[in-house]
Design a protein around this ligand. Structure first.
Ligand code: FUL
Ligand code: CA
Length: 483
């Protein structure tokens, strides 16, 4: 009897040790987890504004100027894919108000242009090419409309919501619904050519407008200055802060009350907020060239610059949204194609070979065999190493067997259980002594640490020094940057 009792006790203790850790803080939703997988995507600007060589169309361009000589969606998407992009957000309507699809909501649309003899639908062509290449598709429909006579009146919101409904109904599942903060000001407005100001905290009735998004496109991550799913990083240079939390509480500019859409407190956006109320990772948007639209005099960023931005966005748990600007032919310029391809190769070649593969790995504490340190090297981010509940500091030691040269260290938290780790350092064994090579704070979905100089060692220690709860970590990797 007694021994049976002990066996039962042992069994229950054993299974207890095997239960997953309790989640911590704000958690990502299913749609946000899918967004994290995308990591790098593009946002494409191509409207009459391209043909005017401007950044913001006034809304008065004759639709006839929208006449690409050789539009080729496949060429654009092929180049994006070579750049490693896994999604495309198409600007279906920019501030100039020109709709790239045959909409019922405004006469200022693609059917009035010579494109495909007025029978074209550029949203459809891009959506199809995107899906054919296995990428995800998203949409940006600018709330600010410098063409519409109704803009600024109480009739515009219904028009804008109808546009969203058309876009949400006719182009399949969207991974993003992108919404911009640029609002109001001067414009054509049906010929009025005046300045119109709106109160962007109330004018678009975001609560109900985003209700439409949720209802019609439940997997679309809503991007805006304050979220809801993905927050703006606070700059258009493509980088998050060194310490970067996926959690956030959008605050009003007074820093005291919670923000409503249209008035986030951007200074906190690059870093996020530790223990923020919401899971709201940052999107780092940056044009491949200088502007969002194509200008003949501008050049794309170099692959080296793009790689650096990749490290400072995706490598800080954020997303990289790279602006693509087709030229008046309706294709990406050769320079852009080349920059994307070389950058994509750089990322692919660098991360193709995890030097920790096949290494021996041990942890100072593990939660049991489902969570042992080997889970850090199985190439699967859905399996993870975890410590016992009361263990908030721990060390993992990786024995590479033979010395390896690397200059990038990759760490991934198991984010379905929240962002837990708040401090860690990394040491390598050098001449029989442990030498600290990095001290860090946040990890999140992915942390890529670029060392100034490559190091050469056969043993690496990762010390988790700060966590309010037990630790989870799903993958580690050591890489040598490919040229
Ligand atoms: C901005 C817009 O004002 C730019 O024109 C561009 O569309 C960019 C992606 O978002 O806020
Ligand atoms: Ca794993």
């Amino acid at each position: 009897m007694r021994s049976i009792f002990f066996i039962l006790l042992l069994l229950s203790l054993h299974t207890l040790a095997q239960t997953p850790p309790q989640p911590y803080g704000a958690l990502p939703s299913k749609r946000q987890l899918a967004w994290h997988d995308v990591e790098i995507y593009g946002i494409m600007h191509f409207t009459p504004t391209t043909f005017e060589n401007k950044e913001w169309g006034f809304g008065d361009a004759d639709p006839k100027i929208f006449n690409p000589t050789d539009f080729n969606a496949a060429q654009i998407i092929k180049a994006a894919k070579a750049g490693g992009l896994k999604g495309i957000v198409l600007v279906a309507k920019h501030h100039d108000g020109f709709a790239l699809w045959p909409t019922k909501t405004t006469a200022y649309n693609i059917t009035k242009s010579p494109f495909r003899n007025g029978k074209g639908d550029l949203v459809r062509e891009i959506a199809q090419a995107v899906r054919k290449s296995g990428l995800k598709f998203g949409i940006y429909c600018s709330p600010w409309d410098r063409n519409s006579a109704l803009y600024g009146t109480d009739q515009y919101l219904a028009l804008y919501q109808s546009q969203l409904k058309e876009l949400y109904s006719n182009y399949g599942e969207l991974f993003m619904s992108w919404h911009d903060g640029a609002n109001g000001g001067d414009g054509f407005y049906g010929g009025a050519r005046e300045k119109r100001s709106i109160d962007n905290t109330t004018y678009y009735d975001w609560k109900n407008t985003w209700g439409i998004t949720r209802k019609m496109q439940p997997m679309a991550n809503i991007f805006s200055d304050i979220g809801l799913d993905v927050r703006w990083v606070g700059n258009e240079e493509g980088h998050a802060a060194e310490t970067s939390w996926a959690t956030f509480t959008p605050m009003a500019p007074d820093g005291k009350s919670e923000a409503v859409p249209g008035q986030a407190n951007y200074p906190q956006s690059p870093e996020g907020i530790r223990n923020g109320k919401f899971w709201m990772p940052a999107e780092c948007d940056v044009p491949l060239r200088k502007g969002w639209f194509y200008h003949p005099a501008e050049k794309p960023k170099t692959p080296e610059m793009l790689f650096d931005l990749y490290l400072k966005s995706v490598g800080r748990g954020a997303g990289l949204d790279l602006g693509l600007a087709p030229d008046p032919r309706g294709q990406l310029h050769d320079d852009d194609v080349m920059a994307l391809k070389t950058f994509g190769d750089m990322v692919r070649n660098t991360f193709a070979n995890n030097l920790a593969k096949g290494a021996q790995i041990k942890a100072s504490n593990s939660r049991g065999k489902n969570y042992f340190a080997g889970k850090l090297l199985d190439g699967n981010k859905n399996t993870y190493w975890a410590t016992n509940d009361q263990i908030h500091e721990a060390t993992i030691e990786v024995n590479l067997k033979t010395a390896k040269t690397f200059d990038i260290i990759s760490l991934q938290e198991y984010i379905p259980l929240g962002q837990r780790i708040a401090g860690y350092d990394i040491e390598i064994l050098e001449k029989k002594t442990w030498k600290k090579i990095y001290t860090g704070t946040s990890i999140g979905a992915k942390r890529l640490i670029k060392l100034e100089q490559p190091v050469h060692s056969n043993k690496v220690r990762i010390n988790i020094t700060k966590s309010p709860v037990c630790i989870t970590l799903s993958e580690v990797g050591f890489y040598k940057k490919a040229l």
